[in-house]
Every structure is written in structure tokens, then in C-alpha cells.
Unconditional design. Sequence first.
Length: 454
Amino acid sequence: MKKIPYRFVLSEEQMPTKWYNLRADMKSLPEPLLNPATLEPAKEEDLYPVFCKELARQELDNTTRYFDIPEEVLEIYKVYRPSPLMRAYNLEKVLGTPAKIYYKYEGNNTSGSHKLNSAVAQAYYAKQQGITSLTTETGAGQWGTALSEACAYFKIPLTVYMVKGSAEQKPYRKIAMQTFGADVVASPSNTTEAGRRILAEMPDTTGSLGCAISEAVEKAATTPNCRYVLGSVLNQVLLHQSIIGLEAKKAMEMLDEYPDVIIGCAGGGSNLGGLIAPFMKDRLEGRSNTEFIAVEPASCPSLTRGKYAYDFCDTGKITPMAKMYTLGCDFIPSPNHAGGLRYHGMSPIISKLYHDGYIKAVSVEQTRVFEAATLFSRVETILPAPESSHAIRAAIDEALRCKETGEAKTILFGLTGSGFFDMTAYNAYNTKTMTDYIPTDKELEISFEKLPKL
Ligand SMILES: *Cc1c(COP(=O)(O)O)cnc(C)c1O
């Protein structure tokens, strides 16, 4: 038996140099994106007004198994990667579990999350194509910060539409983005048609991701040589995030380990999709029986209570339609929901794998999430992001089940980020003012009724 260190990091030379495209090995592919104007499967050219060319190609490529990571992208990856694979000995001890708990920690960069992995790639391809500005949306702020960093590096002007509720809760996130040179606009705003329409209907809204996406897409479509970039959900983003899983798999192999259970929090599905990708390949090819668990908030339960249907990726209904588990593009989580993961839909790849029974999903209430986050922080010395803490909750629950059954399972979870900018949420938990909210079936029905009828 190898002595497993608390913290294991691949060397720079061992870092993967290709991204892995799980679609190439899926037995049954996700349904295609539809062009909302024609209801036909979107062609690469249909995506050019919104995405740059190489990213449009990656979005629709279901067959190329490996994509070379461009040298320029590797040069930035090497500044903060490989990320550590941690063995949570201290957490195991306090839980008294026979399970072995590993986590892949993506919070060691200024953006505070895994999102930088795709931001760097997307900014690079935009620069390659001669795109002169980019737009995006950000909810909790990690994506906006990541893209601001990437755009600063490649010298591309960036406008970030930040969900108004978050902008008010996290002023320092905004300052971080501005420091990297981004222009930050609270959404909904009166700078776009979509924003003005939403403000006219709901003047007091705290905004939503779907709405911020609409504003960013509109700005890109109406500004010459500008493109929109999205930090989750899309196939291209899962492709870039496969670096997480490739590193984790290589590191575990070097330690003679293989996970029985892999757990990831799921907002739009990008970290989960990236973490599980190479392990799912093994499962699809019959080489393993690993269990995959997606963890989502009870207040935004797209997998556990959503419908598998074609829906728009944004509230403004201008993006292509994707077949995914969705709560309806008008769904806005209750304002007391603190922990991110508030997107109405789920990656088409994750949705398909879930639909076909390869992934399980659980939903958890936020007070239980923060209880897990607090316990974790006190023994592992990392203050986790609320999003990541959904995965911590499920990993702890799994480890406690192992304690009952005596099974020594090997658990791997994704610790996607750090929670330094989430003090408002931690304070609500600490002062016992945090509440849970679970939408009623009736509320969800109202939203489902508005799904596009094809
Ligand atoms: C954005 C984010 C998530 C959720 O996004 P996915 O696309 O579902 O991975 C999870 N954790 C952190 C820290 C994030 O910033």
C-alpha cells in the first residue's frame, strides 16, 4: 500500500495537454441545440453571431475525442495548475468513517473557482479570431472574475452583466472585476432591450442568471465584432473543464486509487461534467462501476424536479434551445437562496447521462449545506464556497452511510472554490437568520407551462 499524502499535486510535466470530449464515447448523444427561428438543429454558422468559430466547432463536435490545449492556454494553466488532490484525513477522522475521502481543490486562484479553466480558453479563441470585445453574465461573481482575469491577460475589453442581487451582496467581487479592467453592469439594467423589458414588468426584481444572459447576448449581437461567452452549461465549457477530471484520474492512478463514488455540485453542470468525464468513459466502456452523484440546491432543483425538455438557455429567449432538465427559463430562485447554483437548466450532456441512468441526483437545503461547510472549514482549514459545499454535504452523508454499513468506499468530490466573497451568506448561517425555501409543485407548474411547445 502506498502512503497517501494529505495533498498530492502532479508535476508541471504530468499535467494533461489535451482536453477530453466525453460526447465521443457516449452511447447515446445529447439532443442537438435547435435554432429557435427554424427549430432545425443549429449549424456551426448559426452559432457564429454569438460564439467565436473555434468554440462553435467545439460546441457541435460529438466525435473528436481529444482536443489539444493550445500552448498559450497551457501557459496560463501552469500558473495555477495542476490543482491539488487532497485526502481529507481530518474530515474522515471527525466523522469516524471507514470511507476514504478525496477532493480535487479548484479554489487556488484569484477567481476562487474552477471557472478560470474555461475562461482562459474562451478568451484565447476570441483573441485568435480577432474579436475586439466580449460580454458575459455572472451570478455569484466567480465566472465574471475568472473571465476578467482571462480578458486582462489577452487584452480584450469585457462587459459583465452581474445579477443585481449578487452585485448588492458582493460589492467586492465587482471591485475585483473592475481591477482586472472589466466594465460591470448590474442586471437587469436599462442598457439593453431585454433589461428594459424585464424592469418594466418587475421593477423590483433582484435579477436572475437567465436575465443577465439575455442582456449579455443582446449586447454581443448589437456590438460590432463582439461575442458572448458563457461559463457553464455548454458542451465547450464541459470540454475545457475536463482538465479537472483528467488531472484527478492521473493523480489517483499514481496513488493506486480509484473512486467508488464521485460527487459534484451542479449548477449548470460544468465542474461535475469536467470532473467525471474520464471516469465516466471507464463506466461507459464497462471498466468500472463508479457511482456519480450530482448535488443541487432544494431551492433550484433542475435535475430532481425539472422537466427534460427543450428550453431556452436565457430568459430573453434569444439563445439556441437546448434539450435539458429545466425549471423553465423564467424560473427565479427565491431571494433567500444564498448558495449559487441558481441556473434554471442543466448541461445537455449531464442531462442526458442523468436521463439514461448513469448519474444520480440529490437536492439539499441550504442550512444543511452551510452546516457541512462549517464542519469542513474547521477540520480541513479551507473556507469553502457555498456552491462547493453542496458536494461536501453529499460527501459527508455518503461517508456517514459508510460508517453505518462499515463499507470503506473511496469517495472523490469536487471542491470547486473558496468562499471568501460569501460572508453575507455565512453570516446569515452564523446568526441563524438563514432559512430554507423549497418551491411548491404549483410554483414549478406555472414555470413549466411556459416551456416552448415544439
Ligand atoms: C459556478 C460555480 C459552480 C457551479 O457551476 P457548474 O457549472 O455547475 O460547475 C460551482 N462552484 C463554484 C465555486 C462556482 O463558482
